[in-house]
Design a protein around this ligand. Sequence first.
Ligand SMILES: [Zn+2]
Length: 102
Amino acid sequence: MKIKRDDKVKIIAGNHKGKEGKVLKVLLSKNRVIVEGVNLVKKHQKPNQANQQGGIIEMEASINASNVMLVCENCGKAVRSSSNRNEDGTVTRVCTICNKTV
Ligand SMILES: [Zn+2]
């Protein structure tokens, strides 16, 4: 999977198409990601110390990673990225439009 935590992504398919947000979590084994503010579901929460009332909270549910695309901060667009192996063996992702590291 090319998407990593804290990446900015755009949703390109599915119910939330067009939305953008930051990746909160990557579920590698399921090929899914959780994106901030996208696919909110209501959950009932029992009262606890932080929230003595309990009640309904909204939280993000995961979406399929193939429905999101990385947003290049330089272009501001959803882009494809290619992976470049550096001389020191590390891998960086490069925007295929502007050739900047993303
Ligand atoms: Zn770019």
